[in-house]
Write a protein that binds this ligand. Structure first.
Ligand code: GSY
Length: 177
């Protein structure tokens, strides 16, 4: 089993509902266990600015998947949730990014680890610092990087406890139907 970090985001439609659905998909995957999650942050868009605000969070998972299989599992979740993305940096119903896989670097045409832009993104670093402040990225701790980038444009809107309760309800509903 390896520890990995996944970033989740949504800025189209029922954003919180899509995050709950995506986490439920991870929960029912026997090769993935969610160990902890951050609060959910509403965040102003980075990159293409003229799009709706995102909801973002980060989860720590234990997984039997190797990095590319974990990427495929994330892409499969996006596909099952009917991901819509009209342009590369534009709005999307659901986004699951593999941010890091243990301390293992990876670099091929499908996946670069750690995620090449995460060290400059507050919407990744602030939630990641909640759950893994000492995690090392390019020789610096997430806590230091998060403090440097700051929290401008980020508003905590839901705790991990509240979100995981919604995921539990979603699972009970799925199990009963
Ligand atoms: O892969 C990240 C998608 N994305 C986001 C995001 O998730 N949150 C914010 N705040 N801005 C973003 N820009 C892009 S692209």
């Amino acid at each position: 089993m390896k520890t990995a970090y996944l970033g989740l985001g949504s800025n189209l439609g029922d954003r919180r509902g899509r995050l709950v659905d995506a986490l439920h998909e991870l929960v029912v995957d026997p090769a993935i266990s969610i160990v902890r999650g951050s609060s959910v942050y509403e965040s102003t868009p980075v990159g293409v600015l003229n799009q709706p605000d995102f909801l973002n969070l980060v989860v720590q998972v234990e997984t039997e998947y190797q990095p590319l299989a974990l990427l495929d599992a994330c892409l499969a979740v996006e596909a099952r949730l009917g991901r819509e993305r009209r342009e590369r940096w534009g709005p999307r119903t659901i986004d699951l990014d593999v941010l890091a896989y243990a301390q293992m670097p990876w670099d091929d045409e499908r996946l670069i680890l750690p995620h090449p832009r995460m060290h400059e993104r507050g919407f990744v670093l602030t939630p990641l610092a909640e759950i893994a402040p000492e995690f090392q990225l390019n020789g610096e701790s997430v806590q230091i990087l998060a403090a440097r980038v700051g929290t401008e444009g980020l508003r905590p809107v839901l705790s991990w406890g509240e979100l995981s309760a919604l995921v539990g309800q979603r699972k009970r509903w799925a199990d009963a139907s």
